[in-house]
Design a protein around this ligand. Structure first.
Ligand code: V47
Length: 385
């Protein structure tokens, strides 16, 4: 395409976006062409971001818990997993898990993000017990736990249905599900990354079932490894299709591949420009997902700030004890203070709003920061420009 053709094609896409018409597979692939100016793709995504979420940017106060890194799978992109006999392998005790709950409470956390390896010697009851234990001792903390890959493993362990597993976990205290394990859905890529773990059909079916029983979930895409633009757009369209049917996804998080200490360590980490383009295209393609998250741990603080003008309206949380990205070479700090997360949002020209996991506004006691209540849904408090 020459530059006039590119300008004309981009104008077509802008017209579609302005009139709230859906973008197609070909539109998305075109937007990944480096000849299409990133600035223009970003401006269009920002237009949608402000139409949907005004000038605010959301964050939460959260912590991570990875009860074990021992895993039966050997995903080629993963630096976190371990074999049982490897010196790096660990399994947390109940005391260690409860200490994390205590620390989270003292730091005013509203959410614990719990995921881990699939330990071949740990029964389903151990995973359930973690949820029950934390719920019993720290009932206020929302447990966003277990990816679809873990739920699929629990189905295999228990020989019960997805619905049974999700209901049983919910009875134990599960609040919602994170979006991990999606990677890239297209089998040309998925089979190269993680041929043995939950396949695309299973991942989507588990999220569908979660939505049907009223659990909210998140969704992700791992990019910047062996996939091409076609695979990324195909992935986004599969998420958009499911969202059309259920409406249960709250937020989409594009995850940039970090190669260090993985079986794909010869691949270069995606550039900040690629990160911003993917953020913007995700905002444009996923017209039915309310929020797009710029996960600062993975992007770095500067790119995450910039992403707030390229489609993102959420920055994840203050975060503590993150291991998946730090094992894979992330150089971001281990956690941010509430003041610094507010400041990085304000510096980007947005209004920071603390939310809980299911996007309700958090109200904190002015005299005791650790005391808080969830209020109204953030959507109802939006001021559209
Ligand atoms: O599923 C693993 C990815 C995911 C690497 O739901 C890697 O709010 C890059 O899903 N380089 C787990 N990525 C993280 C995740 C997540 C993060 C933040 C918020 C939420 C949410 C979900 O991380 C995995 C995989 O796709 N991953 N290893 C790596 N070396």
């Amino acid at each position: 395409m020459n530059s006039q053709e590119i300008t004309a094609r981009f104008r077509e896409i802008r017209d579609k976006v302005e009139s709230e018409e859906r973008l197609s597979l070909d539109d998305g692939i075109f937007l990944y062409d480096p000849a299409v100016p990133l600035q223009e793709v970003g401006e269009l995504a920002n237009f949608v971001r402000e139409r949907k979420n005004g000038n605010v940017a959301y964050f939460n106060i959260n912590t991570h818990l990875n009860p074990t890194n021992v895993c039966v799978y050997r995903c080629r992109f993963c630096a976190f997993r371990s074999d049982l006999r490897d010196p790096k392998g660990y399994v947390m005790s109940d005391e260690q898990i409860l200490a994390r709950g205590q620390e989270a409470t003292e730091n005013g956390c509203t959410e614990m993000h719990i995921v881990g390896g699939l330990h071949h010697q740990k029964p389903y009851e151990w995973y359930r017990h973690i949820i029950e234990l934390l719920t019993e001792h720290y009932p206020k903390i929302h447990l966003k736990a277990w990816t679809a890959v873990e739920i699929n493993w629990f189905e295999f362990q228990t020989k019960k249905s997805i619905e049974w597993v999700l209901q049983d976990m919910r009875d134990a205290g599960l609040g919602s599900m994170p979006g991990g394990g999606a990677e890239i859905f297209h089998p040309e890529v998925r089979d190269q990354l993680c041929e043995h773990k939950a396949n695309t059909h299973a991942w989507l079916d588990i999220h569908r079932t979660a939505h049907e029983i009223g659990l909210r979930t998140n969704c992700t895409m791992l990019y910047g490894h062996v996939e091409k633009a076609f695979h990324r757009i195909d992935h986004l369209l599969r998420l958009r299709d499911l969202q059309d049917q259920t409406g249960g996804f709250q937020v989409f998080i594009p995850l940039a591949f970090h190669p260090e200490n993985t079986k794909l360590s010869d691949i270069k980490k995606p550039s900040a420009l690629m990160d911003l383009r993917t953020m913007a295209i995700s905002r444009l393609m996923l017209d039915n997902v309310q929020h797009i998250k710029a996960y600062w741990i993975m992007l770095g603080i500067e790119t995450a700030q910039t992403a707030l003008a390229y489609g993102a309206d959420d920055i994840d949380g203050t975060v503590r004890h993150e291991l998946i990205y730090h094992d894979a070479g992330a150089t971001t700090p281990e956690c941010l203070t509430v003041d610094s997360i507010r400041q990085l949002i304000t510096e980007a020209g947005r209004e920071p709003i603390e939310r809980d996991t299911v996007y309700r506004r958090i109200h904190r006691d002015e005299n005791d920061f650790t005391q808080w209540e969830s209020g109204e849904s953030v959507e109802s408090s939006l001021i559209h420009p």
